[in-house]
Design a binder for this molecule. Structure first.
Ligand SMILES: Nc1ncnc2c1ncn2[C@@H]1O[C@H](COP(=O)(O)OP(=O)(O)OP(=O)(O)O)[C@@H](O)[C@H]1O
Ligand SMILES: [Mg+2]
Length: 322
């Protein structure tokens, strides 16, 4: 991997909700190298969007560190953040709520250009419209007058208008139907090639993630529990949670029937984080040692998982924590 463009170190984020503390992030660490597409997966409520919003600093994390290009911006104020926001952008799941409904597309696209003082904004405006493959005829329309796919193209155009280096994509295709999904993904990949973008791609759709991500992060209850090259994680999922997650993907070939692994109990509550391995209460393989915090074990080059079953035991002895 190249030198990290983004580094997240031991990030925690807590919310107060009706007198209770929601531990949305519980010590997330990750790096994203320049030019990479890193996928982030995990079930609903595991903290993906909270992490996304922390990375673009729409949220101030409770503790931990955020570094972009080596600079610690965890606690930067709005003035300094303006500089960061030229480089670090986000595309949300639902453009209907992300875009101001009373603005025209023209105004929506000019805003980031003016804010980030991009030279010749009119020229960049028509260029970015071309880049996201929208006709000039949309410029006078408002979000409500566009199709779902066009709306998301406007959101993407806004994100890339000032030529950022890093874009967080928080389920960018979840609000559109299958036929549009493929064309949006093609567009995102084209933009990445042409603009040299780096992506953190959040998705529920594991088939998509497998198709477009170089590396994968698996999150559970506010923590990364496994990470590695996409093929490596799909071929040799090491954390029991990852195995469960991957076993739920439908297999197109009926001859290759995969056994769907059971997952015990209810989805966890981020108001009561279990000690030790966070997946322990739902894990079929849980043992006494899982009550203690699990270190990461190296499964292969760049592939590691925080699960006792990821430990390589060549001689029946315990392996070395990574
Ligand atoms: N502002 C907030 N106040 C209180 N709790 C919050 C807030 N934002 C998020 N949460 C809680 O934090 C946890 C993580 O939420 P988050 O939206 O990050 O999950 P997610 O992984 O993005 O889920 P999904 O896949 O459904 O989008 C959830 O339990 C959520 O209810
Ligand atoms: Mg989310």
């Amino acid at each position: 991997m190249t030198a990290p463009l983004l580094e997240v170190a031991d990030l925690t984020c807590e919310f107060r909700d009706r007198g209770r503390t929601v531990h949305a992030l519980n010590g997330v660490s990750l790096t994203v190298g320049a030019g990479e597409t890193v996928g982030l997966v995990g079930e609903s409520g595991c903290g993906k969007s909270t992490l996304a919003r922390s990375i673009v600093r729409l949220l101030v994390p409770t503790s931990g560190r955020l570094l972009f290009d080596g600079q610690d911006y965890t606690r930067w104020g709005e003035r300094r953040l303006r500089r960061l926001r030229k480089d670090v952008q986000i595309v949300f799941q639902d453009p209907m709520t992300a875009l101001n409904p009373s603005w025209t597309v023209r105004r929506l696209l000019l805003e980031p250009l003016v804010l980030h003082r991009v030279g010749e904004p009119e020229r960049r405006l028509s260029q970015v419209l071309d880049e996201v493959e929208l006709p000039a005829s949309v410029l006078g329309r408002r979000p409500g007058q566009l199709s779902g796919g066009q709306r998301q193209r406007v959101a993407i155009a806004r994100a890339i208008a000032a030529r950022p280096r890093f874009v967080v994509l928080d389920e960018p295709t979840a609000s559109v139907d299958m036929s549009i999904r493929a064309s949006l993904l093609r567009l995102l990949r084209k933009l990445q090639r042409e603009e040299g973008l780096t992506y953190l791609f959040i998705s529920h759709d594991l088939s998509t993630v497998r198709h477009i991500c170089d590396r994968l992060l698996v999150m559970y209850l506010g923590r990364v529990v496994e990470e590695g090259r996409t093929e490596s994680v799909f071929d040799r999922p090491a954390h029991v949670y990852t195995r469960v997650l991957l076993s739920a993907i439908p297999v197109p070939d009926p001859a290759v029937r995969r056994r769907r692994l059971p997952i015990l109990g209810e989805p966890p509550s981020p108001t009561a984080i279990p000690t030790g391995c966070p997946f322990r209460p739902r894990c079929q393989m849980a043992a006494g040692e899982c009550e203690r915090p699990q270190p990461f074990y190296e499964v292969g080059p760049g592939h590691r998982a925080a699960c006792r079953l990821a430990r390589v035991e060549p001689s029946g002895e315990a392996g070395t924590p990574a």
